[in-house]
Design a protein around this ligand. Sequence first.
Ligand code: ZN
Length: 313
Amino acid sequence: MESNRVWIRDVAPRDGFQIEPQFVPLDVKVETINALAKAGVPSIEATSFVHPKAVPQMADAAEVMTRIERYPGTTYAVLVPNLVGAKRALECNPDQINLVVSASESHNRANLNRETFETLDGFRDIASLIRGSGVDLHGGIATSFGCPFEGSVPVERVLRVVERYLELGVTAVGLADTTGMANPRQVQEIVEAVQKRWPDLEVHLHFHNTRGMGLANVFAGYLSGIRHFDASLGGIGGCPFAPGATGNICTEDTVHMLHEMGIETQINLDALISAAKRLEKQLGHSLPGQVMKAGKTSDLHPLPSAMQYEKTE
Ligand code: ZN
């Protein structure tokens, strides 16, 4: 019954671009989103309808949504922090609206200047606005695996946030490791705790590779039955409010790993690698992705001649 197909949502256009020091031109945003869709990425978080003063990189959210080509079969998601953002987002006809709250009180304060459950109460108006619009509502939980200010976050607290999201009518919940604190065993423990209470809930995992545990966490989630993962083209990303948080897990590295293990994604890896290389040139700095530099495992190299071999011994 369990399928081995994995669904990737690329968050580079939102989680990635929002942390870029130089403003990413609208053309680059549109080109990146179109390239991801063309490569077969099933879901893309295209932008965020935050206040332009809070995140200037996302000031062109509406233009991005209007300018992109809408590939049939691709889900275009947008992040929304409040009711004003939700109204702006709905005018642009997204397929999915993502909400986000932090499980940790201090991270939520730093991020949204409100308490966790106060933020969730505020989502009620958004949920009733979206209900009946045909747009899918997803609930993201930042710092599900640890908080840079508080340390560990009790699993029970994460479960309480999931519960509140379900009351709001979300169709999926995302557990996010905003600052790269999760380890594979912990991923299995939290996923199993959620699955035990809500066996049919669609759970998404969102990892950052801040401490090099990103892909190990993906595999741990996969072994626990998770089939939905966020990743970012070239591994760009971070969190402006989390000290030292750099790099979402890289989409092409994740897809490469899954394909090497015989796990299907329906994504054209070569197209993805080309898109990452183009993005690196456009952003003007090197990206954390590794397969874009090393090539795929299946890319064979010419055998060095005996002479060269002796010289390097
Ligand atoms: Zn993130």
